[in-house]
Design a binder for this molecule. Sequence first.
Ligand code: SF4
Length: 218
Amino acid sequence: MENKKPVIVYRYGSGLYVNLTNRCPTACVFCVKNAWKMDYRGSDLDLRGAEPAPAEVLALAKTEWAAGPFSELVFCGYGEPTMRLEALLACARLIRNGRAEPVPKDLRIRLNTNGLANAVWGRNVVPEMKGLIDSVHVSLNTSDPEQWRAVMRPLEPWAATGFEKVKEFIREAALLLPETVATAVEGPALDAAAFRALAEKLGAEVRLRPRLETEAGK
Ligand code: SF4
């Protein structure tokens, strides 16, 4: 029987992606983790509960860098990286302090998130990211609260207030961090003009992306 080891860091495009946790406060309708059986383009992202320590992530990043440089480190998934906020920030801090060399101190660090960190942690966490995170891509997906609940399928504690908290997160990030992008999955239900207007009002750039389920094999 095949016994593949869970993947903690993986290459995609020119970046190195970090799989910190499989925990997530949403169950987005477009998430492919179930359809793709926790596999992402050949990497088994099922951590089976064994979430990696920052030192382990950085050791792997150093090894990857030695094999060939990457243009950015991306905290992504499967799972919501800010569920492990302290570990995420510790990884970034180790890089910024030169403790991950030869990985450069000024490597671009991006967070792909559903934007619920302020809701989950009960405080505005964006100031803690300042100087550490260069870019946040927030999966907002809609300008409509009802549609947000239907598309993102948040767990109960965040169902009522989640949309407002995600908007707050984007607004704060746009004020404090170098790059904030609001993303949406394309489809007939998306009112792209209204989405763009909301993202711009919050101070974010806009990125629309195709649905991944249309591919055979986030
Ligand atoms: S936030 Fe990411 S991991 Fe969580 S359900 Fe949505 S797509 Fe999946």
